[in-house]
Design a binder for this molecule. Structure first.
Ligand SMILES: CCCCCC/C=C\CC(=O)SCCNC(=O)CCNC(=O)[C@H](O)C(C)(C)COP(=O)(O)OP(=O)(O)OC[C@H]1O[C@@H](n2cnc3c(N)ncnc32)[C@H](O)[C@@H]1OP(=O)(O)O
Length: 281
């Protein structure tokens, strides 16, 4: 029955879609006047690397969507093959001290806002989604992914360690045993593997279909009291949220210390070099 309502929920009807605000250049927010659902699109070429500016725009857009009482939030990307390449490694490699602080603090803000969002959230994962990209997707309540892409927390492959709150999002979706092994291996799941393991909820064959499935998920709450729903969600997520809220300063300190270790800098440098070599071939 829900399936038959898909077309009415698709947030693509440009004639009725209202651009709420595109003041921020690296994200756009479009609200569908029929469904009331906001589509938040990341748009930072070439790979939606999460740098300070994109994170700031994401944070502002999430806030705007909450303030405007949208019925739900769908996170997606304007890039046809990449949802997000994760944190922009250039923010961590040979970093500027003050900018590094602002970068990490804003990432914390984005996670707290998205994981703790009062509105129903879904990710239309229309491309690769490593590391920070996977963090964003797993912070949402529902994930729909296109075929033949990859998703996962690959930090150990870069010689870095995913913070506890990255793991919290991952663990809210995957069984502990699967999450533990995948984190230790730095495993990237293909779309099929992600579906089999529960890392994503559905597969869609196009971005439009992914957006429609996300909208259908958000529409499934239409007969539920919104306050009861959001308080239930927030209660379920409260422990992980307060853990970071209470330890933000220590988390920042740890990050800054770790990033500045010569071995970490060396590892990031080699990883970046390999990425650049690969992109030239
Ligand atoms: C250190 C203390 C603890 C910190 C904890 C931090 C936790 C999380 C960390 C992260 O999120 S780290 C980022 C992890 N991300 C990745 O490993 C992804 C790397 N990228 C890729 O695998 C591929 O680029 C892609 C996303 C699959 C896309 O492939 P495609 O072939 O389409 O594009 P490329 O040619 O590879 O790339 C184009 C261009 O972008 C640059 N680039 C790619 N990813 C990043 C990135 N994450 N940061 C910075 N730059 C990136 C790549 O080097 C190319 O640059 P140019 O050669 O064109 O200059």
């Amino acid at each position: 029955m829900l399936r038959s309502t898909i077309s009415s929920l698709v947030p693509r009807a440009t004639s009725v879609a209202r651009h709420m605000s595109n003041a921020a250049k690296l994200t756009t927010v479009e609200i569908n006047d029929v469904t009331g659902i906001a589509t938040l699109t990341m748009n930072r070429p070439p790979v939606n690397g999460l740098n300070l500016e994109l994170l700031t725009d994401l944070n502002n857009s999430i806030q705007e969507i909450e303030d405007n009482k949208s019925r739900g939030l769908i996170l997606t990307s304007s890039n046809p093959t990449i949802f997000s390449a994760g944190l922009d490694i250039l923010e961590m490699y040979k970093p500027d001290k003050e900018r590094l602080k602002a970068f990490w603090t804003t990432l914390q803000d984005v996670w707290l806002a998205l994981y703790g969002s009062a509105v129903p959230t879904a990710a239309a994962i229309n491309g690769h989604s490593p590391a920070g990209g996977c963090l964003l997707a797993t912070s949402c309540e529902y994930r729909v992914m296109l075929p033949k892409f990859t998703i996962g927390l690959n930090e150990t492959k870069l010689g870095i360690v995913a913070p506890k709150w990255f793991m919290s999002s991952f663990l809210s979706v995957l069984p502990r045993r699967v999450a533990e092994r995948a984190l230790n291996q730095g495993r990237m799941f293909t779309t099929d593997e992600a579906l089999r393991n529960g890392l994503i909820d559905e597969v869609a064959n196009s971005k439009e279909e992914a957006l429609a499935k996300c909208a259908e998920f958000i529409g499934s709450f239409s007969k539920v009291n919104p306050l009861a729903r959001s308080l239930t969600k927030q209660q379920l997520r409260a422990a992980e949220l307060s853990e970071l809220e209470n330890e933000r300063a220590q988390d920042l300190e740890k990050f800054i210390f770790f990033v500045n270790q010569p071995a970490v800098q060396k590892g990031l440098g080699i990883y970046l070099e390999n990425l650049k070599k690969k992109s030239k071939n």
